[in-house]
Write a protein that binds this ligand. Structure first.
Ligand code: KQY
Length: 368
C-alpha cells in the first residue's frame, strides 16, 4: 500500500538525490491533446516514443497513457516500455509527477506537490488540470511508495534542481511568481523546499530561458552535471534577450558556493537558434479558448540543457542545427562516464518544453 504521511521528508531523514545518481526507472506521460500538440499529436507521439525507447536501453521506463490512447501507445512503444493506463490533461511528468526522496537505509518515498498548470486561473497554460494533479499520487500508488502531500504549496519538478548534497537551484521568476504561491513569502517558500527536499542551501537565479511559458523553469536554464559542476545555456549575442538572463545566472552562480562550500564549475552550452514557430506548425494546432495559443513567429524556449540523465546516459534534445554538434561534444566531454545521445526534439519543443520536462526519474535507493 501507499500510505499518506503526515510528517515531512526532512523530519524523517529523507532527501531528494541528484538526477545523476542511480535510477530504478523513468516515468513519462503520452501526449495527445490537439490544442497543444500539432496534427493531433502524431508527430509528438513519435518523438516521445523515441525518447522512451532510447531511455529504455538504460533503465526501466513506464509510459502513462489515457484509455483512448492505450492501444496506439502500446503499438508505437517497444515491448520493454511498460504502458499503464492513467488519465491525464497533458504530458509533463517532470512537473505533475512525484518528486522521489530517499534515505540512508535504502528506503524511497514520494512528494506530491500541488499542481496548477503553471499559473492556475490567472495565467496557467490550460484548464482544467485536475487529472494532472492526481498523477503523483497514482504513480506512488502503483509503486506502493509512501507519500508526503505538500498541501497548499504549488511546485513543478522542472522549477528546481538539486545536487543531492544539500544544494538547490531555482529561479525567482518562477517560484516567486504570484501565480504559484501568493500566500507565501520568499522565506516561507524556502522553508517548504527545505522541509520537503531536505536541502541546506538555496541558490536563487533571476529569470529562466527567454519566453519560457513555465515562467522560467530552472531545468531549461541550467542543471547539475554532478555536485559542483553546472551546465548553463548561453549566447554570446549581446542583442539577444537571453544574453542578459544567462549572464545574470552566470554571475550569481560564480559568486555563490554550494552547501558543501565548493565554488561552482560552470560550463556554457550555446543555445540553439533562436527557433521560431513556423506558419505550418502554428496551423497544425487546434486553437481553443483557455489554452495558450501557438502563433507563427513565436520564439520557442529552446535549450540543450533540458536533457535527461539516465543510468549511464544523457538524452539530449537536438534541433538539426549547426549548434547541435558542439553542444553534444561539450556535454560528452563533461560526462565521459555517460553515453551522450541526441534526439531530434523540435516536436517536443513545440509543445512548450523538452526531454527533461517530459521525464521523471525514480531513484534507486541505496544503503549507507
Ligand atoms: O517545460 C515544462 N516543464 C513544461 C511545459 C509545459 C507546457 C505546456 N504547454
Amino acid at each position: 500500500m501507499s500510505a499518506l504521511l503526515s510528517s515531512t521528508p526532512r523530519k524523517d531523514g529523507f532527501y531528494m538525490p541528484g538526477e545523476f545518481e542511480p535510477h530504478d526507472g523513468c516515468w513519462m506521460i503520452w501526449p495527445e491533446r490537439p490544442d497543444n500538440w500539432r496534427l493531433g499529436a502524431k508527430p509528438a507521439q513519435k518523438a516521445f516514443a523515441e525518447v522512451a525507447s532510447v531511455i529504455s536501453r538504460f533503465e526501466n521506463v513506464t509510459m502513462c497513457v489515457s484509455a483512448q490512447q492505450f492501444r496506439n501507445a502500446r503499438h508505437l512503444l517497444p515491448p520493454q516500455v511498460r504502458v499503464v493506463e492513467m488519465s491525464n490533461n497533458d504530458s509533463w511528468m517532470r512537473d505533475c509527477g512525484p518528486t522521489f526522496v530517499i534515505d540512508k537505509n535504502g528506503n524511497v518515498r514520494g512528494v506530491d506537490w500541488e499542481f496548477n498548470a503553471w499559473g492556475g486561473l490567472e495565467d496557467g497554460l490550460y484548464f482544467p488540470w485536475d487529472m494532472d494533479a492526481q498523477i503523483a499520487q497514482k504513480v506512488l500508488e502503483i509503486e506502493r511508495i509512501d507519500r508526503y502531500k505538500a498541501s497548499n504549496f504549488v511546485l513543478e519538478g522542472g522549477s528546481i534542481h538539486v545536487d543531492g548534497e544539500g544544494t538547490l537551484i531555482t529561479t525567482e521568476e518562477c517560484l516567486l511568481n504570484p501565480n504559484r504561491n501568493p500566500h507565501l513569502s520568499k522565506e516561507e517558500i524556502e522553508n517548504h523546499l527545505i522541509e520537503y527536499l531536505n536541502v541546506e542551501k538555496i541558490i536563487w537565479l533571476g529569470k529562466g530561458v527567454y519566453n519560457d511559458e513555465t515562467n522560467g523553469h530552472v531545468d531549461n536554464l541550467c542543471c547539475f552535471i554532478r555536485p559542483g559542476v553546472i551546465a548553463l545555456t548561453w549566447t554570446d549575442d549581446t542583442n539577444d534577450p537571453q544574453y542578459e538572463i544567462s549572464s545574470d545566472a552566470y554571475r550569481r552562480l560564480a559568486t555563490s558556493t554550494d552547501a558543501q562550500g565548493r565554488k561552482f564549475e560552470i560550463h556554457k552550452i550555446h543555445q540553439p537558434g533562436p527557433i521560431y514557430l513556423t506558419k505550418e506548425e502554428s496551423q497544425g494546432v487546434d486553437e481553443v479558448e483557455g489554452t495558450l495559443p501557438r502563433q507563427e513567429g513565436d520564439r520557442m524556449a529552446a535549450s540543450y540543457v533540458n536533457f535527461y540523465l539516465a543510468n549511464g546516459a544523457a538524452i539530449v534534445p537536438t534541433f538539426n542545427l549547426p549548434t547541435d554538434a558542439p553542444a553534444l561534444h561539450t556535454l560528452q566531454q563533461l560526462m565521459p562516464e555517460r553515453q551522450v545521445i541526441g534526439i531530434y526534439a523540435r516536436e517536443i519543443l513545440l509543445g512548450g518544453g523538452n526531454i527533461h520536462c517530459i521525464t521523471q526519474q525514480q531513484p534507486k535507493p541505496h544503503k549507507g
